[in-house]
Design a protein around this ligand. Structure first.
Ligand code: CTP
Length: 241
């Protein structure tokens, strides 16, 4: 049974961020954005009002989704915070952890008097943590974790440190999973909760993750309240997992 998300506003971030070094170079990563786009598509299909904040990706906008394109972590944070308040934030973006302290206004040239180049990097804003601290806070804040080892340990650490409700963790570096793959396997952690999802196509995982999200929203909120504030139309309640 598919859980309805009618009446909820969901903000999803997806894809990589690009941190500019100079007008022609940047620091990026291999995120395809597929997982976040699949979540946004599935949420819209379930009746949610969806804002998708997307880093640079080559993907079509899912039907019924409001898409905001950004490039850097700072731009992504500004767009995500501007999209609040929301009932749910799902941070599926692979946000760069570091950015050049300053983007050079002109293309960096090889100096000729040595082989190396030292770039000064600074931390980017932690979007997920800033959403979890934001007032009003989304009822559910969901993070992602990509780990190569000790998945449970690091996922639970992230859950506590960033004050999240759920963390969807995956093991990267294994075949059929991760950034550039069509499929994935996730373990979702919450306080006193653990659920393995997949391996399955990312579209299917997105639906299963949203079932866990819907089950944590009050029924009145997801079924009975319309976004535009008009009187609710009673529908048979869906059964969430
Ligand atoms: N995230 C974010 N803003 C950042 C970095 C990460 O919102 N500047 C979010 C991602 O969208 C994802 C989660 O945080 O939901 C990933 O957490 P992160 O701390 O980046 O994970 P790791 O890079 O695996 O952390 P660590 O450096 O501890 O390995």
């Amino acid at each position: 049974m598919t859980a309805s998300l009618r009446g909820t506003r969901i903000v999803v971030s997806a894809g990589p961020t690009y941190e500019d070094i100079d007008p022609v170079r940047f620091i990026g990563n291999r995120s395809s954005g597929r997982m976040g786009f699949a979540i946004a598509a599935a949420a819209a299909q379930r009746g949610a009002q969806v804002v998708l904040v997307a880093g640079p990706v080559h993907l079509d906008t899912p039907a019924g989704v409001t898409r905001i394109d950004v490039r850097s972590a700072a731009q992504m944070q500004a767009a995500v915070l501007a999209a609040l308040p929301a009932d749910v934030y799902i941070g599926a973006a692979a946000v760069a952890d570091f950015a050049p302290a300053q983007a050079a206004p002109r293309k960096l040239k090889k100096s000729g008097d040595g082989d190396g180049l030292v770039l000064e990097l600074v931390r980017t804003p932690d979007i997920l943590a800033s959403v979890a601290r934001h007032a009003p806070r989304p009822r559910l804040v969901v993070g992602f974790a990509a780990e190569t080892h000790d998945v449970a340990h690091y996922a639970r650490d992230k859950l506590a440190r960033k004050q999240l409700d759920l963390v969807a963790a995956n093991l990267v570096g294994v075949a059929g999973s991760g950034f550039e793959s069509e499929s994935n396997a996730l373990t979702v952690y919450g306080a006193q909760f653990e659920r393995a999802l997949g391996p399955a196509p990312k579209t299917q995982l997105a639906g299963e993750l949203l079932d866990l999200v819907a089950a944590r929203l009050p029924r009145t909120q997801r079924d009975d309240v319309r976004v535009d504030g008009t009187l609710p139309v009673r529908t048979p309640p869906d059964r969430a997992p």
